[in-house]
Design a protein around this ligand. Sequence first.
Ligand code: SAH
Ligand code: SF4
Ligand code: F3S
Length: 446
Amino acid sequence: MKTYHIVTFGCQMNERDSETLAGMLEDMGYGYCPQFKEADVCVLNTCSVRENADKRFYGVLGQLKNPHEQNPGRIVCVCGCMMQQQIHIDKLKAKYPWVDLVFGTHNLHDFPRLFRNAADQHEKIVEVWKDGEPIAEGLPAKREYPFKAYVSIMQGCNNFCTYCIVPYTRGRERSRAPEKVLEEVRCLAAAGTKEIMLLGQNVNSYAGISDGSEGSPFSGKTGFAQLLKEIDKVEGIERIRFMTSHPKDISDDIIECFGSLQHLCRQIHLPVQAGSDRVLKRMNRHYDSAHYLSIVEKLRKACPDIAISTDIIVGFPGETEEDFMSTLDLVRKVRYDSAFTFIYSVRHGTPAEKYEDQVPEEVKHERFNRLVEEIHRIQEEKSAAFQDAVLPVLVEGPSKTDDKILTGRTESNKTVDFPGDQSLIGKIVPVRIVKAQTFSLYGKLI
Ligand code: SAH
Ligand code: SF4
Ligand code: F3S
């Protein structure tokens, strides 16, 4: 049997796309090969959100030096967000002529046809569409886990935050019909999936148009809160999560879901990006820190123990020490359970690329370190509160370092390690926390 391996960079949307690519390859008769360099088909699904992601892709691609010499039948495919930018297509053509197939985020559904052409004709194919059509339905998927799954509810982004490449690589917002989402969730539940993560660049602006199918609980336009309420009723789904939420679009209706829906995890990822109103304005985020804090307050009122995580960028052009102090101040006020912190990275073609007041590298790094220190200090304090608590944990698998130890996640998305038998994988079990560390918890099955 011929084999394939997919390397995925970037966010959950890309991971979900790779599951579709894997499903398509398996339908075409290819089997999974754990070693990237030994596979007959190598697919690289790229991300362009920061310079580092671009660099990592070229690093991995470089490892495939002369791929056809090692294996004459090998097919190398590159897709994803980087390929929506001409600059990278040109670079591939010039420096990596042995890449067989290049396609983009908008024609992923056409992969089987493109792939067969590349395989049969042995000629290089580059086919990238500029923008997306309505989302293709009914594509296969090889899911990574049987017990938890990503469900994409929309594609694209309309927000054009001035630092961000995503609107250029993923096109405009398109929502799936709510019936299609519900059908996918029901199928997953029937197959034993316990946890689903609803995906979109900004799920709060979900606006699915009903396809009018018989017996549908939806009609006309459906908002995100309504979609959540229907998904909550699907039997077998015990945990619902979603990401990402844009603060400007989170409605009171959505906030209330945290208090009222039985299966919605008490956890939200709510990227703030910065604490300074001046910086937020220049980022084109459409909210200020007071509004953000008011959302946090409402969330905690609806659901007092909700875990809140965020994304923060330091060193955005023009960020002064005072602006940065506002970010630290906001972090102290919210007291995040966790946070992803990023050093601002100039993205070609975005408005912020042209801002003249870029922050020097050493200043960015120094602020980054101070921010991370503060976040970790708070995280440590918050984590300590879990000591001796009994938490339901969805068991994901054996720990990487010891197969007698299982690893799983709490409702708040914290990792818990505990000794246990592998037969528990995929189940939700009660675990007493005996050691609460900053980034993970250690417990005992009860
Ligand atoms: N749609 C999501 C985020 C997608 S990108 C949202 O709006 O929240 C994930 C994160 O990468 C962003 O939240 C942001 O913090 C970070 N990011 C995006 N562009 C960046 C850039 N040019 N430099 C540094 N970080 C960036
Ligand atoms: Fe990027 Fe902003 Fe869209 Fe998120 S909302 S993907 S940060 S442009
Ligand atoms: Fe990266 Fe594209 Fe996601 S740029 S973060 S893979 S949408």
